[in-house]
Design a protein around this ligand. Structure first.
Ligand code: HSE
Length: 316
């Protein structure tokens, strides 16, 4: 049996717990052993079927002795960074959906993992349920990647779609995205483009093997857009989308985040609601596009659980 812990029991953490139960048979078949959630780190007590697994004390997980993998779905930099580093140094594999942490301290945490001989995996950090981290690391490994761009934030794409197609106000559309579990706990990160900035930074570092640094990625969100802007773009035959882009210029990796008028002829213009789409330009492959649900409980839990399975299946 393989035991894993979940740190943070919000939308994604509870999604991972539910998925581990609902698809237990599938997971067991893939790993060849039972994979169980044995501890859950929560901020406060609440009524839940999994309440018997709850602890508010991180050291209960760190010192448990029978936990081989930890899923970090707390979000934010602290205490997620300190906990992740301690777990890795203690020889516990860590799987995360925390893009802010991966974008800010991913390199250091990866080094700590390598030193301890464990994995730090983050498929759930970009694109929700869309496979994109592993394709960049493995499937496209023989290619020289020249550009990565796309719609990387489900909340803002959902808001823009609701405004344009259903005439909803910005505020109403945002409230709905929050209720559906798409938005960050502080939705400023979504709306002002910082969530996209973190994601494009992660993708750029995988594509080009170099960190650009969040501070070097000019970022504009969608808060200044009005329904009139969306309608006038529509009249010109375009759709406004929040696009993250990373490319090579004079041998240097660059990235940006901004609302872009995407012509109707581009496949990005048809990406609606909470969906994300990521285009990778690579040599000799050419162009490849990844598409699917980019935020929300089940899609993100699907990506996180895949990393847990991957680690668990590697145990002899
Ligand atoms: N708030 C994020 C989004 C969640 O809307 O895309 C998934 O990373």
């Amino acid at each position: 049996m393989i035991n894993f812990a979940i740190l943070g029991f919000g939308v994604v953490g509870s999604g991972v717990y539910e998925l581990s139960l609902n698809n237990k048979e599938t997971v067991t078949k893939k790993v060849g052993k039972d994979v169980n959630v044995s501890r859950i780190l929560v901020r406060s007590d609440k009524e839940h079927d999994a309440k018997h697994l709850f602890t508010k004390d991180f050291t209960d997980i760190l010192n448990d002795g029978n936990i081989q993998v930890a899923v970090e779905t707390m979000g934010g930099l602290e205490p997620a960074f300190t906990y992740t580093k301690s777990l890795l140094e203690a020889g516990i594999h860590v799987v995360t959906s925390n893009k802010e942490l991966v974008a800010t301290h991913g390199k250091e945490l990866q080094e700590a993992a390598t030193l301890a001989g464990v994995s730090y995996l983050y498929e759930g950090s970009v694109g929700g349920g869309i496979p994109i981290i592993r394709p960049l690391q493995n499937c496209l490994a023989a290619n020289e990647i020249t550009e990565v761009f796309g719609i990387l934030n489900g909340t803002t794409n959902y808001i823009l779609t609701q405004m344009k197609e259903h005439g909803l106000s910005f505020e109403k559309a945002l409230k709905s995205a929050q209720e559906l579990g798409y938005a960050e706990s502080d939705p400023t990160a979504d709306i002002e483009g910082f969530d996209t900035q973190r994601k494009i930074s992660i993708l750029a570092s995988l594509a080009f093997g170099e960190d650009i640094g969040l501070e070097n990625i000019p970022t504009t969100g969608i808060s200044a857009l009005t329904l009139k802007d969306l309608e006038s773009a529509e009249a010109e035959g375009s759709s406004i989308k929040l696009v993250g882009r990373a490319w090579i210029e004079n041998g240097q990796p660059k990235a940006s985040v901004e609302p872009v008028k995407v012509p109707k002829s581009s496949p990005l213009s048809t990406v609606s609601s909470v969906n994300n789409a990521i285009v990778v330009r690579a040599n000799p492959l050419g162009e490849v596009m990844f598409y699917g649900q980019g935020a929300g409980k089940e899609p993100t839990a699907s990506a996180v659980m895949a990393d847990v399975i991957s680690v668990a299946a590697s145990f002899t």
